[in-house]
Write a new protein. Sequence first.
Length: 191
Amino acid sequence: MVEATARDICRNGIQGAVAECGVNRGGTARYISMFFPDRKFYLFDTFKGFDVRDVSDEHEDLPSDFWQRWDYTNNSAELALKNIPYRSNCVVREGYFPETAKGLEDERFAFVSLDMDLYKPVLAGLEFFYPRMNPGGVIFIDDFMNQHLFGVRKAVIEFCKRDHIPYVVAPQYQFEDTRYYDGWAIIQKPL
């Protein structure tokens, strides 16, 4: 999905930087770097797990094993960068988002991946990046269909309804349990 989107962005001549919010160990960032090798690539993450400010707002809606399932504390920017092929293009923005976006108000983007799992950071990501997307630019929002991370879907729907922005849903993968699906919401700024 990232590859096809990157090809379309490049084919249409859409300029701008790329970014990922919620880098973890760089699994998705690796592919973003591979498919956008000549672009500035911003990596936003605490690299210490979830910030309590975000979790406290929706803790009642999270599964009881949330901290075990989504434990991203054993992490660092260095670990993530080891997985990224074009590290010289990377700009690490370590810390709490959207505070880490300060100074980028004039930056323009072609592709953004939001993989922040919780309502507040996903909404902050959409509010920061969408106005800075070049026409034709694309935002992927991971975990939109996740049956445990309800805040992601809530943030996307709230943002899109409020600003009259369409989105599409793309199933991402299926686990052994065929009742469990996940997927992205995808927003493309009109050309």
